[in-house]
Structure formats: C-alpha cells, structure tokens
Design a protein around this ligand. Structure first.
Ligand SMILES: [Zn+2]
Length: 230
C-alpha cells in the first residue's frame, strides 16, 4: 500500500508540473502574439486606410504657394523657382485628391485655385468619374475654373438662386470626405484662416454622399423649370 501511494503521489506531482509548464508556455505564446499584432497595427503605414474612422485635419493658410511643377511632376528644375518645395496643406490636400480611383464628387461654393483645378482635370483625364457642384453666382467670377472643367468634359451643375450653394466638401470614391471652411481659392490657400477635415468615417461619408446626390438631382438642368429658389 505504501509503495502504491508513493507512485500515485509521484504521478500526480508530475502531472501538476507538466500542466504548469504547458500553461506557462501557452500564456507566454498568447502574450507574444498579441503584442506582435498590436505593434503591427500601430506601426503600419496602412493603419489610417485600414481604420474606417481615421481622420485628420489640414489648416490654412500656407506660408506660400506650393510649386506646381513639384506637385504634378514630382520635381522642379526651374532655377530660382519662387514657390515652396516643402510639404504644405495644399500639397497634402492635392495628394489626397489624387488618391481617387473611381469617383470624385466636388461640392464647393467657389473654385479659382488652378492647382486644385489641375488635380481635378488630371483625375478626369485618368478615367475617374468627376462631378462638380457649385454656386451659380461664383461661376462667372474672375479666375473661376468652372469653364475649364466644362471644356475638359467634366460634368458641372449649379444652383440657380439668390442664396448661396455654400458647401465646401468633396467625396472621394464614396469612401473619404474632405470638408471644412476651405473654399478652393488661392486666397484660401495663402491668405485665410481655413480648415479641411479629412475623414473615412462611413456614417459621415454616407451623409455627405447623399447630400451630393440630392443636390445633383435638384440642379439637373433638365429639371430647371421645377427649380425653386433654394
Ligand atoms: Zn519649383
């Protein structure tokens, strides 16, 4: 009986020791994998694209206008070029716009900034479906880029009202929203205090997309006779 009890006691003790070792290994493995996963999410450059609610904001004015050649060709070979060759809010904004793959819906009170207009035209030429909504009274002002858009074949619609179509937003690929006080003007780029919030929050993006669609239908020239002051 004494021998049997000793063996039984030894077997149980070994079982406990093995269980403890297995438990420690499992826990250590879990902690290691969890930390690796967390680090990869935090450090990944794709984090903002993967995170559906990633948001950022750009503030204006820039201290000077960014170099167009650098913006669109990636380098500037002009001697004594007077424009900025560093990252600016405008260069960031244009880079976000040029990230459009399928569609760009622009709904802006006034557009006379050639750099932003060039980005819109470039997207159109690259096959992105571009639609522009704007204010009727602003279309004819000096420097307006609306006629250029039309010459390039970009679809443009506008209100027909004494009130302003005062929105300043754009929706990229129905997945990303740019919105804020910022009109697409040179004055807003280098003079005014302005902001543009950029977000991929799908609830917000959806709301603005729906507003765009509603206005796009409302300002359909074929329905002009039904258009009321609004
Ligand atoms: Zn330059």
């Amino acid at each position: 009986m004494a021998d049997t009890s000793l063996i039984s006691s030894f077997g149980f003790s070994r079982f406990l020791r093995i269980s403890w070792i297995v438990g420690v290994i499992a826990h250590t493995t879990y902690v290691f994998i969890k930390s690796v996963c967390e680090q990869s999410v935090e450090s990944s450059p794709l984090q903002k694209r993967l995170n559906p609610t990633a948001s950022t904001v750009l503030f204006f004015p820039d201290k000077h206008l960014a170099c167009r050649q650098l913006l669109f060709e990636g380098r500037c070979n002009r001697r004594n070029c007077q424009f900025l060759h560093e990252e600016t809010s405008l260069s960031k904004l244009i880079r976000v716009l040029l990230g459009a793959k399928e569609s760009l819906d622009v709904c802006v009170f006034t557009i006379n900034c050639r750099e932003l207009a060039d980005a819109v035209v470039l997207l159109h030429k690259n096959g992105v479906v571009v639609r522009v909504l704007t204010d009727d009274e602003q279309m004819g002002t000096t420097g307006s880029q609306i006629e250029k858009f039309r010459r390039e074949g970009i679809q443009v619609r506008h209100d027909l009202s004494s009130f302003f179509m005062h929105h300043k937003f754009a929706v990229i690929d129905r997945k990303q929203l740019l919105n804020g006080s910022f009109n697409w003007t040179r004055q807003a780029v280098t003079g005014n205090r302005e902001n543009v919030m950029i977000t991929s929050d799908q609830d917000i993006v959806k709301a603005f997309s729906e507003e765009f669609e509603a206005l796009w239908e409302k300002y359909d020239p074929c329905k002009r006779t039904q258009l009321k002051a609004s």
